[in-house]
Design a protein around this ligand. Structure first.
Ligand code: UDP
Length: 498
């Protein structure tokens, strides 16, 4: 077990933060941990050796900023769970058959975490664990420590899926293509079952889904990465429906005020030659560049990459396009290098490979649009940067996040996907042709009344996001309230190690 401790003040409280090991889950929880540390709390961030290597740079950055931030490495029992060695992050899982063993290995982290906490008295103030880490309930129960659950997705997604479950629509609707309305919402939101899938809603994961629900019901409150003015109605209704304390404390990405933290966010070890991207962006007109990235898990096939490329070229819009190394093979590399050379020569576009500093790119003044898969982190980062979106959901909560962006917030236009790309049999149906790509990119990027109004709304929401996180803003105050609540609970409970 390896412990890295930074900072040297007396903490006001001690939070044990337990993220699921997937980039879209770790990144916001590390940001939340940093926010707590900025408020004078000691934070122990629980992870495994491989993930600790990815987080080392951000932990070092916290150290130099004098924050009380510990990175705690617990062993990840790949072998006992039937996983290949080193398979410690969901982005390293290559087949769906490995998802079940991955969750089995997570369950086996309970005992090492209990031992770690017992070895470091006094008891921590509170555990904050990802919704997908229900095994932390056993740790908090055994050690008598308060526990909060962190939800990664939008409140809109959480509420829609809750309403669908309350009205038994997951059981009543049997045709996955049937379109129906989400009940009890102020807007008419229409979905099919595949667009409104809950986490773990697959036959082989039913037991995990049940554990997740139980751990959430038994928790002391829920933490959301959103802000009041973005989802006010949904937050109020969600709080009423779950009957628990709910704190909206985001956008947590705004914890990074300097380029140092932003540059190493997510995967400080990997990455592109960051300088050349920013040099290229520096030479472009304000708001003229479209940034394209589909998060950490989506893998786009060559046929679809070619259609995106042709659509971009057809639109005439300048672009920075993040293509993942895992998407490349011999055929893709050949096509990509020709495409890249052609566009680089015309100074029209840039392909970036590997892990890119997304938050920094979105904040660059030259970036005027974001083609996104609508992962909640990416969506909220675009909101925080005031950048309108071309929305292209692929799976999970992304379809409902798209509905929020396009139909409620009206700061994006969809490419029109109605089916998850995960379903092999549906891949052809989920394809988007070059004409559609070109048309939507033009609508978002090339002025006109529609584009201008969207840009204005995006800018206003970006301002509101920044205000929410400032001293006195709603998210700032909610985090104060969360710290106070957790400290009060811990004092009443006493904890095993007091
Ligand atoms: N991200 C990044 N660089 C990359 C790819 C992704 O910084 O090259 C970050 C992105 O800013 C976001 C997270 O990874 O914070 C992805 O989370 P999201 O919920 O958007 O999607 P997921 O990866 O879970 O599908």
């Amino acid at each position: 077990m390896n412990v890295l401790i930074s900072g040297d003040h007396q903490p006001i409280s001690h939070f044990v933060v337990v993220p699921l090991m997937a980039q879209g889950h770790m990144i916001p929880m590390v940001d939340l941990a940093l926010l707590l540390a900025h408020r004078g709390s000691l934070v122990s961030l629980i992870t495994t050796p491989l993930n600790a290597r990815r987080l080392r740079a951000i932990a070092d950055h916290a150290t130099t900023s004098n924050l009380l931030f510990r990175l705690i490495e617990l062993p990840f029992p790949c072998k006992s769970a039937g996983l290949p060695d080193g398979c410690e992050n969901l982005d390293l899982i290559t087949t769906v058959d490995l998802i079940r063993p991955f969750f089995k290995a997570l369950d086996l982290m309970a005992d090492p975490l209990k031992s770690y906490i017992r070895s470091q008295p006094p008891s921590p103030t509170c555990i904050i664990s990802d919704q997908c880490m229900p095994w932390t309930m056993e740790v908090s129960d055994d050690l008598n420590i308060p526990r909060l659950v962190f939800h990664g997705p939008s409140c809109f997604f959480l509420l829609c899926t809750l309403k669908l479950a309350e009205h038994k629509l997951y059981e009543k609707v049997t045709d996955v293509h049937e379109i129906f309305t989400v009940p009890d919402l102020p807007q008419r939101i229409e979905v099919n079952k595949l667009m409104a899938q809950r986490f773990f809603d697959r036959p082989e994961m039913k037991d995990v889904m049940q554990q997740v629900e139980e751990a959430e019901d038994a928790s002391d409150g829920l933490v959301l990465n959103t802000f009041y003015k973005l989802e006010s109605w949904y937050i109020e209704e969600y709080r009423r429906s779950v009957g628990k304390e709910v704190w909206a404390v985001g956008p947590v990405s705004l914890v990074h005020k300097d380029a140092g933290g932003m540059a190493v966010r997510g995967d400080g070890c990997a990455g592109i030659d960051k300088g050349s991207v920013f040099e290229w962006l520096d030479g472009r007109e304000k708001g003229s560049v479209l940034f394209i990235s589909f998060g950490s898990l989506v893998r786009t096939r060559k046929k679809q990459l070619v259609e995106i490329g042709a659509g971009l070229e057809g639109s005439g819009v300048a672009f920075v396009w993040a293509v993942k190394e895992a998407e490349e093979n011999e055929e893709v590399s050949k096509w990509l290098s020709e495409f890249e050379e052609r566009n680089r020569n015309r100074s029209r576009g840039l392909i970036v490979k590997g892990w890119v500093p997304q938050v920094m790119i979105l904040k660059h003044p030259a970036v005027g649009g974001f083609m996104t898969h609508c992962g909640w982190n990416s969506t909220l980062e675009a909101v925080a940067a005031g950048v309108p979106m071309v929305t292209w959901p692929h799976f999970s909560d992304q379809f409902l996040n798209e509905k929020l962006v396009v139909e409620v917030l009206r700061m994006g236009i969809g490419v029109g996907v109605k089916l998850p790309s995960f379903y092999q049999a549906m891949l052809e149906e989920a394809m988007v042709g070059r004409e559609k790509v070109e048309m939507v990119v033009r609508r978002v990027m090339c002025g006109g009344e529609e584009g201008e109004e969207m840009r204005k709304r995006a800018w206003e929401l970006g301002e509101k996001a920044r205000k929410a996180m400032e001293d006195g803003g709603s998210s700032y105050e909610n985090l104060s309230s969360l710290i106070g609540y957790a400290t009060g609970l811990a004092a009443n409970r006493g904890g095993e190690l007091q």
